[in-house]
Design a protein around this ligand. Structure first.
Ligand code: 5GP
Length: 205
């Protein structure tokens, strides 16, 4: 018996290990689908329309946005980016789970437009530890580190609106919690419409 797909939305301040955790989840569950975003920026060398992004003119993007085509959208560095809703709905209806790695503002829009999605937030064990990790990467200037820390504090204010909080102190434990939150989401009754009725009617699963 088929179930409906789950939209798993994951947000986290940078430096919390989100990328590592998501990679691991995709490796264990390679069937997760991707949503191809729309953008108004020009394609870079090697990028393919429809695979990396749907590349649109600004006029077309605004037209689609105003028609409610996007589950969420944002302006980043002067270009518009958006997640088209119809293909996402189609994938979910076919039972395809989709993972969204998205910031707190995008997630807030998704919560309105996709209320059945599950929202997970990854937290650092402490702000001090986050600062230590950001410095340890050796990637950023002092100014950038301070900005990332201020952003992290602001983003963490949004964490109580999520369905599950995953503290990444120990990576293996955090991953266990992430996969548990995902698997629990797939067991929700709304993902199994008709299941109980089918059982009552004597159908085998
Ligand atoms: P890039 O132009 O380098 O591919 O992406 C620039 C930024 O746009 C990245 O921070 C990326 O996360 C963000 N972005 C890409 N697609 C989307 C989208 O569909 N929605 C939102 N809100 N941001 C996006």
């Amino acid at each position: 018996m088929n179930r409906l797909g789950i939209a798993l939305v994951i947000s986290a301040p940078s430096g919390t290990g989100k990328t590592t955790l998501i990679k691991r989840l995709r490796k264990e569950f390679p069937t997760f689908g991707y949503s191809v975003s729309c953008t108004t920026r020009a394609p870079r060398d090697g990028e393919v329309d429809g695979r990396d992004y749907h590349f649109l003119s600004r006029e077309r993007f605004v037209e689609l946005r105003d028609q409610g085509h996007f589950a969420e959208w944002a302006e980043v560095h002067g270009n518009f980016y958006g997640t088209p809703l119809p293909p996402v709905r189609e994938m979910l209806a076919k039972g395809q789970d989709i993972l969204f790695d998205i910031d707190v503002q995008g997630a807030a829009q998704l919560r309105k437009n996709m209320p059945d999605a599950r929202f997970l937030f990854i937290l650092p064990p402490s702000v001090e530890e986050l600062e230590r990790r950001l410095r340890g990467r050796g990637l950023d200037s002092e100014e950038v580190i301070l900005r990332r820390l201020a952003n992290a504090r602001a983003e963490m204010q949004e964490a109580p609106h999520y369905d599950a909080l995953i503290v990444n102190d120990d990576l293996d434990t955090a991953y266990d919690h992430l996969r548990a939150a995902y698997l629990a989401a797939t067991l929700a009754p709304r993902c199994r419409p008709g299941l109980v009725e089918a059982l009552n009617n004597g159908h085998l699963l």
